[in-house]
Design a protein around this ligand. Structure first.
Ligand code: GLP
Length: 246
């Protein structure tokens, strides 16, 4: 496997990493207004979305021709549920910019036939020409999307059993740990790694080990983000704490 040079940017504060990611996304939208964006949830992308909203409100960028595919959604959660990733995206980005509603895609975690939903999600991304720019966070266990540590990489969009560490990490968004869904629908490694450009944003010391293992460790499905070492155009946007072990 060919190993490419990774672009690693370290900033004093998480907010700056977010602004840098927004600058790269803005440049992409200016270069190709009908960009296919791969979008992420979690706390890490929030500063990115805040900065993008500012650029939109200043009239610098438009999402009017863009298309988006989100990485993942919990199984069994209504899109209107306060913890659904659908609602997160509406509140953090879509309600504040000019994305066309029909251009927004989030996996349907409530579908009766989840396997079929997952296949159709991949097919829709392929039909759109693939993802131009994929924004990622990283789990404390090195997951990207909800691709959990595994003995192999799963290529297609699929239903995932969440690990205990992910359930515990995500409990902060729910009333109690019992309310955290045990499964999610996640984009697989193929659509993520076929994105032409990947931006991975991470902040805080609880991400330092995962960031280290993703960048400096061997490429292994036990640290799913390590596959990005083989990607030709990946940027890691980190604050000092997340970069501490590099
Ligand atoms: C969730 C999401 C991931 C995200 C990760 C880290 O598990 N499925 O896409 O990267 O959490 O979240 P945070 O940025 O809140 O630490």
């Amino acid at each position: 496997m060919k190993i490419h040079v990774l672009k690693i940017h370290v900033f004093d504060r998480a907010e700056q990493a977010g602004q840098a990611a927004a600058a790269l996304i803005a440049a992409q939208l200016l270069r190709k207004p009908d960009t296919v964006l791969g979008l992420a949830t979690g706390s890490s992308p929030i500063p990115v979305y805040k900065a993008l909203i500012r650029l939109y409100k200043m009239g610098v960028i438009s999402f009017g021709q863009a298309v988006s595919y989100n990485l993942d959604e919990y199984v069994g959660i209504d899109p209107a549920h306060e913890c659904s990733y659908h609602r997160f995206m509406d509140e953090q980005l879509f309600n504040h910019v000019d994305m066309r509603p029909e251009a927004i895609h989030v996996p349907d975690g409530q579908a009766a036939d989840l396997a079929r939903t997952a296949r159709n999600y991949d097919a829709a991304i392929r039909a759109a020409g693939g993802i131009d720019l994929q924004l990622l966070g990283i789990g404390r266990n090195g997951h990207i999307g909800f691709n959990e540590p595994n003995d192999h990489f799963v290529g297609g969009c699929h239903v995932v059993d969440l690990t205990q560490s992910t359930i515990e990490a995500n409990q902060r968004f729910f009333n109690s740990i019992d309310d955290v869904p045990r499964q999610a629908v996640s984009l697989g490694i193929t659509a993520i790694t076929q994105a032409k450009t990947v931006l991975l944003i991470a902040s805080g010391s609880d991400k330092a080990q995962a960031v280290h293992d993703a960048i400096r460790g061997e490429i292994t499905p036990q640290v799913q983000a390590s596959i990005l070492q083989a990607h030709p155009d990946v940027h890691f946007l980190l604050d000092r704490d997340a970069a501490a072990l590099l």
